[in-house]
Design a protein around this ligand. Structure first.
Ligand code: ZN
Length: 201
């Protein structure tokens, strides 16, 4: 039987850290140890940041992003192009696109994708709000930045049908060869999609 190396308070800290995505029990132990060793430089500011995030973070009523202001920083940024809405499944996708700094547009977070097997229907997602936003006069393009899975594509088709009446261009991400990728290493599905969505040089 393993013996506890620390008291229940420290064990609880480790158990909570281990529930974070990407951290297993071993890395949670390392993280807890790092926090305790760097009490002033790391633990105190982290604790303060967690407190502020807990008190002030909320879901943006316009786009579904998570921020400490509502509407969020993205929605209130006047330098962004209001004519383009990028539709994503989850806040994590929005943040990933923002990290890549590839679009200077507004977003719309669906909060999931249609999945009949999991019982996720249109009413469970922020689709009505998207349709309303797509009809706003300033909106010219809706980019569907959804996963290249069956459910992702079903959702893309469903949304395309719904906003077909709005006067907007509906586009989706290209599929294919990753930047720096070698053809030899790609799976058949990716290769087939790359051939289908080939572009003129
Ligand atoms: Zn927002």
């Amino acid at each position: 039987m393993p013996t506890a190396v620390a008291g229940p308070e420290i064990e609880r800290l480790i158990q909570l850290l281990a529930r974070l995505p990407g951290l297993g029990p071993r890395s949670a132990r390392r993280a807890a140890l790092a926090l305790i060793k760097k009490r002033e430089q790391l633990m105190a500011p982290l604790s303060a940041a967690l407190q502020i995030a807990m008190e002030r973070s909320s879901i943006c009523r316009v786009c579904g992003n998570i921020d400490t202001s509502d509407p969020c920083t993205v929605c209130t940024d006047e330098r962004r192009d209001p004519s383009v809405i990028v539709v994503v499944e989850d806040v994590a996708d929005l943040w990933a696109l923002e990290r890549a700094q590839v679009v200077n547009a507004r977003y719309h977070v669906l909060g999931g994708i249609l999945s009949p097997l999991d019982g996720v229907g249109p009413d469970d997602l922020s689709i009505d709000a998207l349709v309303k936003r797509a009809h706003a006069p300033e909106v010219k393009e809706v980019i569907l930045a959804l996963n290249a899975t069956v459910d992702g594509q079903t959702t893309a088709h469903y949304i395309t049908d719904l906003i077909g009446h709005a006067n907007v261009k509906v586009t989706r991400l290209a599929y294919g060869v990753p930047v720096g990728g070698e053809l030899d290493y790609l799976d058949e599905g990716t290769l087939a999609a790359a051939i289908r969505s080939r572009t003129p040089l």
